[in-house]
Design a protein around this ligand. Structure first.
Ligand SMILES: Nc1ncnc2c1ncn2[C@@H]1O[C@H](COP(=O)(O)OP(=O)(O)OP(=O)(O)O)[C@@H](O)[C@H]1O
Ligand SMILES: [Mg+2]
Length: 303
C-alpha cells in the first residue's frame, strides 16, 4: 500500500486560489511545460506560475474546436461549475481566462495524474486502496448532488489523485445543474462503456442514478482491473450494458459482488442511492482507512 502523510490539502488549495486570483491573468504569467492530458477540445498542460513558483495544470480549450451546436454552452457550463465548487474531493480551478485562440482553465495539479493510468500501472488495486478511493469519490459525488449538479461523465480518466491519494473529481464538461431530483434529462453523454442503461436507451433519465452507475463502473475497474462491459462493436456493447451482462473474476469477494449488483442495477429506480452506499461496509472500510491517515473533512465526518 502507498505511504500516506498528514495533509492540509484543503487550506493549502484555498490559499493558492486566493494568491493566484490576486495577480492579473494571462498566459505569460505561466511557464508552459509538457502535455499531461488530452481531451476532446484541447490539451491539458503542466505549467508553473512564474511569480508564485506554483505548479498548476492548464486546460487549453481550442476555440476552433467549439464548432458543434451546444459546444459553447457546454464550455461555459464547465467553467461556471468548476469555479464555484469547493470540496476536498473536487478539482479546484484557480482562474479562467481567454485569448483569441483558447479558453484557459488553470487548475490544481494532482501529481499522480488520473485514476485510469494509476489502475493501469498496478493492474488492479488492493481492496483497502479501492475502498479508500471509493469513499472519497462517494463524498465528492454527494457534494455535487447536494449542490444540484450531476457530473454525467464519471470514469477513472476524470478522477485525479494527489501525492497523498486524495481524490479530486474533475472534467465538468458534461455536468449540468438540475432544478429538482425529479427532473428528467435527455442528453446522451459519455462513452457507452461508462454510461447507464437508461442513458443508452435514449430515454429521459433522472440525474443522480447516472452518477451512481458511473461510480459502480469505477469501483469494478479498481477491483477487477478491467471494465465490466466491453466490446469492439458498439451495438453489442450497448446490449451488454442495457441487459447488465457482466461477470466478475473469481478472486472478487462477496462483499464487492453484492455492491456491484446493487450499483450496476439496470433499473434506475431500484439502483442503490448515495445514502444507502454510505451504510455499506465498503464505504465504511474506506472511511475508517481514511481516518487513520487524514482529517480533512468536517467534524461530522463528511463535508
Ligand atoms: N488538473 C489536472 N491535473 C492533472 N491532470 C489533469 C488535470 N485535468 C485533466 N488532466 C488530465 O487530462 C485528461 C483530459 O482532461 P479532461 O478530462 O478535463 O478533458 P476533456 O476534454 O473533457 O476530456 P474528455 O472529453 O476526453 O473527457 C484527464 O483525463 C487527465 O488525465
Ligand atoms: Mg475527461
Amino acid at each position: 500500500m502507498i505511504s500516506f502523510k498528514s495533509s492540509s490539502d484543503k487550506s493549502k488549495a484555498k490559499s493558492k486560489v486566493k494568491e493566484i486570483a490576486k495577480i492579473p491573468s494571462k498566459l505569460d504569467s505561466y511557464k508552459i511545460e509538457e502535455t499531461i492530458g488530452e481531451g476532446t477540445y484541447g490539451k491539458v498542460k503542466l505549467a508553473t506560475h512564474i511569480k508564485l513558483n506554483e505548479k498548476v495544470a492548464i486546460k487549453f480549450i481550442d476555440k476552433k474546436k467549439l464548432t458543434n451546436k451546444g459546444d459553447d454552452e457546454r464550455m461555459k457550463n464547465e467553467i461556471s461549475i468548476i469555479t464555484q465548487l469547493n470540496h476536498p474531493n473536487i478539482l479546484k480551478a484557480f482562474e479562467v481566462f481567454e485569448d483569441e485562440t483558447n479558453y484557459y482553465i488553470v487548475m490544481e495539479r494532482p501529481i499522480r495524474g488520473d485514476l485510469f493510468n494509476y489502475i493501469c500501472s498496478k493492474g488492479r488495486l488492493s481492496m483497502d486502496e479501492a475502498c479508500f478511493i471509493f469513499y472519497q469519490i462517494v463524498n465528492g459525488i454527494q457534494y455535487l448532488h447536494n449542490n444540484k449538479i450531476v457530473h454525467r461523465d464519471m470514469k477513472p480518466e476524470n478522477i485525479m489523485l494527489t501525492q497523498d491519494m486524495i481524490v479530486k473529481i474533475g472534467d465538468f464538461g458534461l455536468s449540468k445543474y438540475y432544478k429538482s431530483e425529479e427532473v428528467k434529462l435527455k442528453t446522451n453523454c459519455g462513452s457507452p462503456c461508462y454510461s447507464a442503461p437508461e442513458v443508452l436507451r435514449g430515454n429521459r433519465y433522472k440525474p443522480k442514478p447516472v452518477d451512481i452507475w458511473g461510480l459502480g463502473i469505477i469501483l469494478y475497474c479498481m477491483i477487477c482491473g478491467e471494465l465490466p462491459f466491453e466490446d469492439d462493436k458498439e451495438d453489442i456493447l450497448i446490449r451488454k450494458v442495457t441487459l447488465c451482462k457482466y461477470t466478475c473474476p473469481l478472486f472478487v469477494t462477496d462483499i464487492f459482488k453484492n455492491l456491484f449488483k446493487k450499483i450496476l442495477c439496470p433499473n434506475p429506480k431500484e439502483r442503490i442511492t448515495i445514502e444507502q452506499i454510505k451504510m455499506n461496509c465498503i464505504y465504511n472500510i474506506g472511511r475508517s482507512n481514511f481516518y487513520k491517515y487524514f482529517k480533512i473533512y468536517g467534524d461530522d465526518g463528511d463535508m
